[in-house]
Design a protein around this ligand. Structure first.
Ligand code: FE
Length: 341
């Protein structure tokens, strides 16, 4: 069962009044900030594999966090499934998670993709790539994150807002590599290159670059693969106009983030919640992640889908994703001072 946040209270009330069969006692409640249609395959797969029913409540990360805060110890949430390590960190900071000891998770999920205290685990990675319209800018000029501040790109860059967690986490990583001073200089340089003030999301930015409204942007890799494989008229053509670049291949490697999950401190169904996390690390779930939403599987032995294979191999920044959250407040302050709205 899948509920959207705004309708949730009323719907739960109705189900309970009818006897509550849809909210079976052993069902786990997943608060999910993922919003990918293919996620139903994961929930159905878990239910098929374990017989444990799943209730899913979807919302944006901050909405779900506010909801769990308000519900306190009485929260029905068993699992918080989030996009971006920065959102997992926010939940961690509020002590919403409990540590999970699981050999399966520790064996299968690389250490750089999980919380050092086992509070949350990454199940997929997403690369923050540079996309260039080669008719407007020579891709050779834009092979690193640092190059986005090159004055030769003046008036050519479109970006998403700085409040987008994907950008906060990227800057969190750059602060870790460069220190805050260089990171702030870089942000100022990028802002000076803006073609317009920040707007839109990853997909609309890719389309703006393809259309030549601007020449360079950052986006997560799967939005590009979705355009490439889209049946919507014009989207494949847009992808063909873009040159994808894995930045920093000769130095630290490309910034990756995760989608991941943890078990709530007040989880009413702790054992089944741990089973869900272990299912997410299983071959079956990892294949769904790779094939249905074009994310890179966290479990390295999982074969990449053919669509991901066409992107090629790339060097990943090995920084532990937990760092992004630690640097998040500093990243937001730097964005604000530099005028990256
Ligand atoms: Fe996304």
């Amino acid at each position: 069962m899948r509920l959207t946040l705004s309708a949730t209270c009323a719907i739960i009330a109705v189900v309970l009044a009818q006897g509550g069969s849809a909210l079976a006692a052993d069902a786990i409640n997943i608060y999910s900030a993922r919003h990918y249609e293919s996620d139903d395959l994961l929930y159905d797969g878990f239910q098929d594999a374990t017989g444990i029913p799943v209730n899913v409540i979807e919302g944006e990360g901050p909405e779900l966090l506010a909801r769990m805060r308000a519900e306190g110890k009485n929260s029905p949430a068993d699992v918080f499934l989030a996009v971006d390590a920065g959102n997992l960190w926010l939940a961690e900071k509020e002590n919403l998670f409990q540590p999970v000891q699981s050999k399966a998770l520790n064996d299968r999920i690389p250490a750089s993709l999980r919380n050092p205290k086992n509070l949350w685990f990454g199940f997929s990675t997403r690369a923050r790539m540079i996309f260039v319209n080669p008719s407007r800018v020579d891709p050779k000029l834009v092979q690193t994150y640092e190059s986005l501040a090159d004055p030769r790109l003046k008036g050519k860059i479109c970006m998403r807002s700085s409040s987008a967690i994907y950008n906060l986490s990227l800057l969190g990583a750059l602060i870790e590599h460069w220190g805050p001073q260089k990171a702030e200089q870089w942000v100022k340089g990028v802002v000076a290159n803006f073609a317009r003030s920040p707007q839109g999301a990853d997909t609309t930015l890719l389309q703006s670059v393809a259309a030549g409204e601007c020449a360079v942007t950052l986006a997560n890799h799967y939005y590009y693969v979705r355009l490439q494989t889209s049946r919507v008229r014009g989207e494949q053509d847009a992808a063909k106009k873009l040159t994808p670049i894995f930045p920093d291949q000769d130095s630290t490697g490309t910034h990756v983030n995760i989608s991941g999950a943890g078990v709530m401190a007040s989880a009413p169904h702790k054992a089944n919640a741990i089973k869900f996390l272990e299912y997410m690390a299983s071959d079956k779930a990892q294949n769904i992640v790779a094939n249905a939403n074009y994310e890179f599987p966290a479990v390295t032995s999982t074969p990449r889908s053919k669509e991901l294979a066409t992107l090629g191999e790339f060097k990943i920044d090995p920084l532990n994703v937990a760092t992004y959250g630690v640097n998040q407040a500093q990243a937001q302050a730097i964005f604000d001072r530099a005028g990256w709205r």
